[in-house]
Design a protein around this ligand. Structure first.
Ligand code: GLP
Length: 246
């Protein structure tokens, strides 16, 4: 596969990252009102979601025909669990915009047939015509969605094991580390690379090493985000701190 360069937008702080990424999403939604979005969770996208809610309320940004697919979900958490990614999406975005919730696809972490759920998710993406614009974050170990170091380039949506580092990083959202699920359902690397356009957001010096390795390092399974060098339209929108090793 050919190696392409990842585009960079370096902002002065995390607020500017939120505003500038929301602008990219808003422009694309206005250009194609029935757009298919790929959405992400974690601490980083919250500011962008807040800005999208503002654009909806104050400038009439219309989500009524938007379809969305979320990157991942914890295995074993019910949708109403406060740390599930369904709960996250509802409480940080969907409840405040005019999206039709039946058009918001999030993997079911409680299903008795997780593999079947993952297969159907891939089919649903195809039926929707593919993802036009995908939002990503990045873990300190370079993971994207829940594709941890060691994942393969041709992985599809499936059940994945979380690394100790990710469990520790994500324990800040739970009462304690023992409550963090050890497995998740996640879009695969191949699934992500099929989207038309990717925007990855990150902030803070804790992500600087992962950012530099992803953008300038070799393409390696040790840094899953380095696979993004294979995508022809991928932009990292990051703050100065996350950019300090570039
Ligand atoms: C989780 C999510 C990822 C996200 C990462 C970074 O592990 N599965 O999709 O990119 O967190 O999150 P944060 O933005 O909180 O650093």
């Amino acid at each position: 596969m050919e190696r392409k360069s990842i585009k960079l937008v370096i902002c002065k702080d995390k607020n500017a990252v939120a505003v500038s990424s929301a602008q990219i999403f808003a422009d694309e939604i206005r250009r194609k009102p029935a757009i298919v979005l790929g959405l992400a969770t974690g601490g980083t996208p919250i500011g962008m979601y807040r800005e999208l809610i503002r654009l909806h309320k104050e400038e009439g940004l219309d989500f009524s025909r938007v379809v969305s697919f979320n990157l991942d979900e914890y295995l074993g958490l019910a949708p109403e669990h406060r740390q599930s990614y369904r709960y996250f999406m509802d409480s940080n975005l969907f409840n405040y915009i005019n999206i039709d919730k039946s058009n918001t696809y999030i993997l079911d972490g409680l299903s008795k047939d997780p593999k079947g759920v993952c297969r159907k998710f891939e089919e649903d993406i195809k039926k929707a015509g593919g993802i036009d614009l995908q939002l990503l974050g990045i873990g300190r170990n370079g993971h994207i969605a829940f594709n941890e170091p060691g994942c393969s380039l041709d992985s599809r949506t499936g059940v994945v094991n979380l690394t100790q580092k990710t469990i520790k990083d994500n324990s800040r959202f739970f009462k304690d580390e023992s409550e963090v699920p050890r497995q998740a359902l996640s879009m695969g690397i191949a699934t992500i690379l099929e989207v038309k356009k990717i925007v990855l957001l990150t902030t803070g010096e804790g992500k600087a090493k992962a950012v530099a390795e992803s953008v300038n390092g070799p393409v390696t399974s040790k840094v899953p985000a380095s696979y993004l060098q294979h995508h022809s339209d991928c932009t990292f929108v990051i703050d100065k701190e996350a950019a300090q090793n570039l």
